[in-house]
Design a binder for this molecule. Sequence first.
Ligand code: FES
Ligand code: FES
Length: 163
Amino acid sequence: MQTEINLRVDGTDRQVTVDTRTTLLDALRERLANTSPKKGCDHGQCGACTVLLNGRRVLSCLVLAVTAGGKDVVTANGLAPDGELHPVQQAFLDNDAFQCGYCTPGQVCSAVGALDEFRRGWPSHHGDTELTRAEVAERMSGNLCRCGAYTNIVTAVQQAARA
Ligand code: FES
Ligand code: FES
């Protein structure tokens, strides 16, 4: 069954007709030509597809596009709308927090969401009240990096938190 949905993607209103089984990830990549979120596992296990949905980080491969109708979707592209990098993006650059870059858009969106959750006082399983390296690692644990850039990713998230 096909249905028409309206999404606000990276600040632009978009209208698209999708099969009701289409994921948000596929709608973004295949229908709206936004290839910022990446398809890694397509099973909710790697975090490469992370976007912000109404400000909260979600795995777009696990969200049906129809449930995102009328909502605000921000990908890593949308974090730098006028070419000025978001503090998280700048921190990833400053700290060389990537190698191939495939996981990076998801890492960046996840970090933005994680820092917002921390500011709101949402607890993690780790339980540190400061953004220690262990606390950052816990809060970013849903985002895998096959290049193993974790050390610099954690440093970048800590820098972004200070910014
Ligand atoms: S592609 Fe969505 S979690 Fe891996
Ligand atoms: S930088 Fe290559 S997968 Fe993370």
